[in-house]
Design a protein around this ligand. Structure first.
Ligand SMILES: NC(=O)c1ccc[n+]([C@@H]2O[C@H](COP(=O)([O-])OP(=O)(O)OC[C@H]3O[C@@H](n4cnc5c(N)ncnc54)[C@H](OP(=O)(O)O)[C@@H]3O)[C@@H](O)[C@H]2O)c1
Length: 274
């Protein structure tokens, strides 16, 4: 992929995930700079990945061709306002937002009218090159800038463009927030395995290896539907059938649909507030 000078404004969890994945994919460390108000996360990024760091956002923005906006949504307006007031110029730069709940129209306002913007929604497995990212851009954004963002997200996992901006909120529900759903499910399983006599380490191993195996089975068998893979485990009159019956009797589909709808509703609410 093209190796533009890339700045991350905000060096938290998601920036770390993306930077780790990018470095693993061969992105040159001296082309990445991260800015953050406090030093510890910057020091860890410099030590772990050899990237450049600064506590001065403006310094990072000035030397970058592409700028990843990676602060919390609630901080975005203030952060961009401060940079503009300090003399930041975004002309000729590509802004890439990873923030939930801020529309491109609103970002454009926050960035002083700069409209070369791509809105993305990655997730934390990008850290391992196993991320899933949704992307959206308005029609005027150049193909070269779209390609750069897509290649960047493909360097840390898989990428999917959405045609309508609200699709980003659906990506949040199905991928951005979703690693946490699987962790929650695994936590519940590990708790029950512990209750049934396994040590914490044993319970984690049982759950972790099974989740890894199941996800890999899905990836390795594109010709099989998720339902077919489930059926392969489910012997007639056997144990799995009883577990699945219990999930269904307790309304698993409804629970999942409600949780995903709640994530979308919150994303839309943030869009209306920020
Ligand atoms: N985490 C995820 O799974 C995920 C997935 C997709 C998208 N996102 C999006 O990614 C963005 C960041 O989320 P996160 O989870 O990485 O949050 P986070 O871990 O809290 O990271 C945010 C970082 O921004 C820094 N920061 C605060 N004010 C700043 C400023 N004025 N200038 C520069 N940096 C500033 C914070 O520094 P201090 O801590 O030192 O104050 C912190 O390191 C959010 O917009 C979120 O919606 C997150």
């Amino acid at each position: 992929m093209e190796h533009r000078k890339l700045a991350f404004i905000g060096a938290g969890n998601m920036s770390r995930s993306l930077i780790s994945g990018l470095i693993q994919s061969g992105y040159p460390a001296d082309h990445i700079i991260a800015a953050n108000p406090s030093r510890p996360k910057l020091d860890a990024l410099a030590a772990d990945f050899g990237i450049c760091t600064t506590q001065n956002n403006l310094e990072a923005i000035e030397q970058a061709e592409a700028v990843v906006l990676a602060v919390k949504p609630q901080m975005m307006a203030a952060m961009l306002g401060e940079q503009l007031a300090a003399g930041a110029r975004f002309d000729g730069k590509l802004l890439i937002s990873i923030a939930a709940g801020i529309s491109v129209a609103r970002l454009e306002q926050m960035a002083g009218g700069h409209s070369n913007l791509v809105r993305t929604m990655p997730n934390t497995p990008s850290l391992l090159g196993l991320g899933m990212t949704g992307l959206y851009a308005r029609p005027h954004v150049a193909q070269a800038d779209r390609d750069y963002c897509q290649h960047m997200m493909e360097a840390v996992g898989q990428a999917l463009w959405v045609a309508e901006e609200d699709g980003i909120n659906q990506v949040i529900a199905a991928a951005g927030s979703a690693p946490a759903y699987f962790f929650l499910f695994m936590e519940a399983m590990a708790k029950e395995a512990e209750r049934n006599g396994f040590s914490a380490d044993e319970a984690r191993l049982l759950v972790q290896q099974t989740a890894l195996g199941a996800a890999n089975m899905v990836a390795a068998n594109p010709q099989l539907s998720l339902g077919q893979l489930r059926e392969q485990v489910t012997s007639k009159g056997g144990t799995t059938a009883e577990a699945i019956r219990s999930f269904n009797d307790n309304g698993l589909d409804r629970l999942v649909a409600d949780a995903m709808a709640a994530a979308v509703a919150r994303a839309r609410e943030l869009e209306s507030q920020l």
